[in-house]
Design a binder for this molecule. Structure first.
Ligand SMILES: NC(=O)c1ccc[n+]([C@@H]2O[C@H](COP(=O)([O-])OP(=O)(O)OC[C@H]3O[C@@H](n4cnc5c(N)ncnc54)[C@H](OP(=O)(O)O)[C@@H]3O)[C@@H](O)[C@H]2O)c1
Length: 232
């Protein structure tokens, strides 16, 4: 193992992307603190500390973040996975889902500031906020889909982070798959205005790698990065 002394607080470690990001971080020899509402669901590993707590518990998250130098957020509303055809058919969104990004962001910002942590990288989605301009779809088209409340939660929470003064990056993938990592995922600054093609399918393996890589990338600071897996 390398002499890597950095430690990252991970939110969403029990999720499909978050668990891959934890594995990538540990493989780099970095320490990980997984802060989870279901700590028993986080697979134990060397270098991994698991702390139980709720996303809106500022004191518990602040205590968990002690000794960390960065925060990686891979949260998502459960039960909000839709196929592309369901999205385009305007399937209604299930009701009663917790807006997790807004629930977590005030605690994330407070925990970072209390611990002197500057770097926060957040998993978002292509089409959130200004990144709709990087999609082939329009804001009007997306407004009537089941993704609308998910995008709204992301934008509300991420706007708090952008205003926080912290060194943030949000990563905006297209439709997620559980496919393998690809050799050359497409990643660029949303401000370029460049559009990704179609549904911009992105494997969670590529996404986790980009989230982890962004933690150490000074060029990614204060940027919205849009991405997709390598086109076949
Ligand atoms: N699906 C897509 O095609 C797509 C496309 C672009 C972007 N995205 C974005 O990707 C993210 C989802 O990624 P994923 O599919 O890899 O995640 P996932 O497997 O659905 O995992 C979601 C994570 O969030 C946690 N979480 C959810 N609600 C919580 C709450 N109330 N309190 C604490 N933790 C909570 C879950 O914890 P538990 O295990 O305890 O539930 C889990 O760790 C979302 O932000 C979504 O907007 C998705």
């Amino acid at each position: 193992m390398s002499e890597n002394t950095r430690t990252t607080l991970v939110l969403g470690a029990t999720g499909r992307t978050g668990s891959l990001a934890v594995a990538d971080l540990l493989a780099e020899g970095r320490g990980v603190v997984a802060y989870a509402r279901r700590p028993e669901a986080v697979e134990p590993a060397d270098g991994l500390t698991v702390v139980g707590g709720q996303l809106d518990d500022v004191a518990a998250m602040t205590a968990a973040a002690a000794g960390c130098d960065s925060i990686l957020v891979a949260l998502g509303m459960r039960g909000m996975d839709f196929s592309a055809s369901e999205v385009m058919a305007g399937k209604p969104a299930p009701e009663g889902r917790t807006p997790v990004i807004m629930m977590a962001m005030p605690s994330i910002i407070a925990a970072a500031k209390a611990n002197g942590i500057r770097r926060v990288v957040v998993l978002s989605a292509l089409g959130v906020g200004a990144t709709i301009d990087n999609s082939v779809f329009t804001a009007e088209q997306m407004a009537g889909t089941p993704l609308a409340p998910v995008y709204c939660d992301h934008e509300n929470g991420e706007s708090l982070l952008r205003a926080s003064g912290l060194d943030w990056t949000t990563v905006h993938p297209g439709f997620l798959t559980d496919g393998p990592a690809t050799a050359r995922p497409v990643v660029f600054d949303a401000a370029s205005g460049r559009k990704l093609t179609g549904f911009a399918a992105t494997s969670r393996a590529d996404l986790a790698a980009v989230l982890v890589r962004s933690l150490d990338d000074p060029d990614a600071v204060c940027k919205q990065l849009v991405m997709m897996s390598e086109a076949e």
